[in-house]
Design a binder for this molecule. Sequence first.
Ligand SMILES: NC(N)=O
Length: 600
Amino acid sequence: MPGTAILSQGVGYGVVLGIGCFFTLLMIGLTKLQTRYTPMKMTSISEFASASHSVKPGLIACAIVSSWTWAATLLQSSAMGYKTGIYGPYSYAAGATVQIFLFAVNAAKIKMNAPKAHTFLEVIRVRWGTFPHVVFIFFAFATAFLVSSMLITGGAATVTDLTGMNPYAAAILIPIPVALYTLVGGLRSSLLADYIHTVFLFGIILLFMFEVFVTNDKIGSPSKMYDMLVQAGKDWPVSGNKDGSYLTFQSKSAGIFMVLNLIGNLRAIASVPSTAVKGYMLGGSAWLSIPLGMAATMGLSAVVLKYDPSYPNYPIGLTSAEVAAGLPAAAAAQTLLKAGGAAALLVLLFLAVTSATAAELCATSTVMTYDIYAPYIRPGASEKELLLVDHVGIVVWCVVMAIIGWLVTAATLNDGAITMETTFQDYPMLCGNLLSIGIASIIAFTGSLIWPENYDWVETRALHAHTEASEIVPESPVEGVDDDLKNEKGVASPDQGRSAAPSIEGVELDTPEHLRKTHRFATVVATCMFVILMILIPVPLAASGWISTKVGFTTYVVIAFIWVFYGAFAVCIYPIWEYRKSLSTIFGHIWADVTGKGKK
Ligand SMILES: NC(N)=O
């Protein structure tokens, strides 16, 4: 799109291939370090696919934040801010956060009734048999297909928009380096890649926030942003907003979006099982800050910078198709910081796409291994064989992603009858989402009433119970390093990629009474979050037709800053604290090796 491609194609290829290659090399290095300095060996399927059940809540939260941050989280949230004003960032953030908490409830329930399941689908197979299992495998792959196509085409569109890189090349190349590093790294290294992604993510978002609200001479303060938003509401009033203002929560479009974001995301995250309640709570509260901080900064900046002659296509600005493609953030980044801003946004987006793509690769390969190969092709397959299938699964889904990316790019560029503009309108999206969740609920409730059962979950609780003993492989353990890993507060890792089935480990914590308490706690927190985020905050603000004052807007910006700092603390600083003993031991051994005092 003319006007936003201010970086060269070389930068596009450099980012697409360079970041992937950097992470592949990093994975190789980390895997070598892990093999030399920790008791965990990558030759174990359990270590490759589930990091030997020893990941702590902060790092799990980081993995959740990383895999739940897509291109859309940064671009569509900003587009909502651009289209609807201050309610847009909130509606995106709240709508997509609540279900992370709801999922913690699911997670606790799974821990009670199928604690060793690798995937949701396994529970369905044991509980309801082969036919429902096959049906849900179809649903799982259909969901993975949709998410993969969204990730690849969203990533490719952004790279193309900012650099002019060929969209087909971008769509085909994006998944390849990600598959490489996922193959090399296994889950523990992928978790570390998530950590690095997340540190950059928060760093770049904070850079944009400080630039817009503190230092940049085009805006530089909440007060100036407020004045410019007041003027923008007069020059370009928002249809469906109270008095056309950008400073109100009475916004039809943002309200509808919040509901459909809640429902739509509920289906997406439900494809990924987990039992790490604490990790989900921490991750959910931290994730909220990403779309809120990003969209309150870049979405609103994209509105007020329309007055600046260096804005793309000035004075016309962005077309509605460009807004639907998520370009307001790109327009704001380059108007604020020229090529540097565009480059920072490109890296930010690419990191988001990479980590979510890696999660998708892990998830689909685990389903192929545990829901197709192990039960139907080779029951009783050895651990080595399952590890190989898991690797092959990653390669297979990488190829599928590249093909989907290519086909969907072709369809989008050739004006298919079903267009982004028509399917992304408020009412078609709301209708689709309500129908899908409504019909599923009706079937589940009616079915349970017609055919009630007092199922005792004995079979699902027995799932994989025999594999318990082989999960940690302490070959030549290095003294001290496994202290943290065996700590009772450790959280079993995501079995199914970085967003799958983590669970609180430790004998004392796994008593039925504790599990019941955890489930109750998760239910209370999720209900409170739903009521606060979806009702108590937005409904009075919307119903009263409140239009923000300067003080109100400054408070909104300060809350966004505080939340982003909290998020950065929870998923960037806290994991370092959690692993301080292991890190200091590992660095001690490295230092001993470097200085020639280590074991040979
Ligand atoms: N992960 C989302 N919904 O941005």
